[in-house]
Design a protein around this ligand. Structure first.
Ligand SMILES: *Cc1c(COP(=O)(O)O)cnc(C)c1O
Length: 363
């Protein structure tokens, strides 16, 4: 007798950080922005009429695509928008990494079609690869958690790099990323720039030079809109058209009207964006100094978080003690990084309270 459950697809999901609902907590565990979205976002929501919700939204989120195209100096046809960059990245995996599947169909070996991403990086990448049956390999970062670019100078079926990387916070120069792209004209290179606005170099301008480059960014971190779910990719017209075709084979209206209108308002306020990202960078640098004074090793961050390890107190211990005091940071029970904590940069006031508690725990 066959069990109906044998028909189910088995998946091991990505596990995001906790979203506790108590009011009196300091939440430094999922890299949200501590500042509110640009003031224009509140106006856009206030002006939205429920009558407008009667109609389907624009299938390609056209107004938002135009605003992003203008902001980043590309054509509207070079922009793909999704419900958060997780959605965009998932669609990118599905679209861009079909080489191994094609090889298998032709009876060829899949060895040279493995998708490559580092051993320590965003933990959603292996989840999508497993879900879509994409074979992958994970070259190890070096002892300083840096990418060894030569690891990517081999035949492959695609490359994904988070730059700055997560959870390490380390950014590679655009020249290093370009070198990897230059060595891989036969595969798609996805660069996940979720944190690039906090001081790293973007490879976005290189989409004009390399047709096989896809740059993915998000409104969740630098634009303070994690709850609205907006992410986007920039690439060549050919690559974006391929992604749109896959997306439209699955869901034609991913972006809600409120998301489109709020997204446009956020992109249009360049001054607010510059001001809030600068504030976070300033708080990050001051926090890094204080952490070092308390005996922490602090990796050089170009993100809105700090990845740290204490010389005497175990990370897991600190994670639990902080949690008892209603301060949430992120801890990963994973090889190589099991003695590190990832701490999101909050407001100066939040960090002040965090340091008061942390000082008692490490001294
Ligand atoms: C936060 C994050 C994302 C996804 O964020 P969305 O909220 O889905 O836009 C993607 N990649 C990395 C590395 C991230 O840290």
């Amino acid at each position: 007798m066959k069990d109906w459950k044998t028909n189910l697809r088995m998946a091991t999901p990505y596990v995001p950080g906790e979203q506790p609902t108590e009011a009196d907590i300091i939440k430094l565990n999922t890299n949200e922005n501590p500042y509110p979205p640009a003031p224009g976002v509140a106006d856009a929501l206030a002006e939205l009429l429920t009558e407008q919700l009667r109609l389907y939204p624009e299938p390609d989120a056209g107004r938002l695509a135009s605003a992003l195209a203008k902001r980043y100096g590309v054509a509207k046809e070079q922009i793909f928008i999704g419900t958060g960059s997780d959605d965009v990245l998932g669609m990118a995996f599905l679209t861009c990494f079909a080489g191994a599947a094609h090889a298998k169909q032709l009876g060829q070996a899949v060895e040279e079609h493995m998708v490559l991403f580092p051993d320590i990086t965003y933990s959603f990448y292996p989840v999508w690869a497993e879900l879509f049956g994409i074979p992958y390999r994970r070259p190890a970062l070096d002892e300083g958690f840096r990418i060894r670019k030569e690891d990517y100078f081999v035949p492959n079926g695609g490359i994904v790099l988070a730059n700055p990387n997560a959870p390490t916070s380390i950014a590679e120069d655009a020249a290093v990323i370009e070198d990897i792209i230059r060595h891989n004209p036969e595969s798609v290179v996805i660069v996940d720039e979720a944190y690039v606005d906090f001081g790293a170099e973007s490879v976005l301008p290189l989409v004009e030079k390399y047709e096989n480059l896809l740059v993915v960014q998000t409104f969740s971190k630098s634009r303070s809109m994690a709850g609205m779910r907006i992410g986007f990719a920039v690439g060549s017209r050919t690559l974006i058209a391929a992604m749109q075709a896959v997306r439209n084979s699955y869901n034609s209206y991913p972006m809600s009207l409120p998301a489109i209108l709020c997204g446009v308002a956020a992109v249009e306020d360049e001054a607010y964006f510059a001001q809030t990202t600068a504030a976070i960078i300033k708080t990050r640098e001051a926090s890094a100094v204080r952490l070092k004074q308390l005996g922490f090793t602090v990796l050089p961050s170009k993100t809105n978080f700090l990845f740290v390890s204490h010389k005497a107190v175990l990370a897991e211990e600190l994670f639990e003690r902080l949690r008892e005091k209603h301060i949430y940071v992120r801890y990963f029970r994973q090889e190589r990084i099991q003695n590190y904590l990832r701490i999101t940069v909050g407001t100066d006031a939040q960090m002040e309270h965090f340091f008061e508690v942390l000082t008692t725990l490490v001294s």
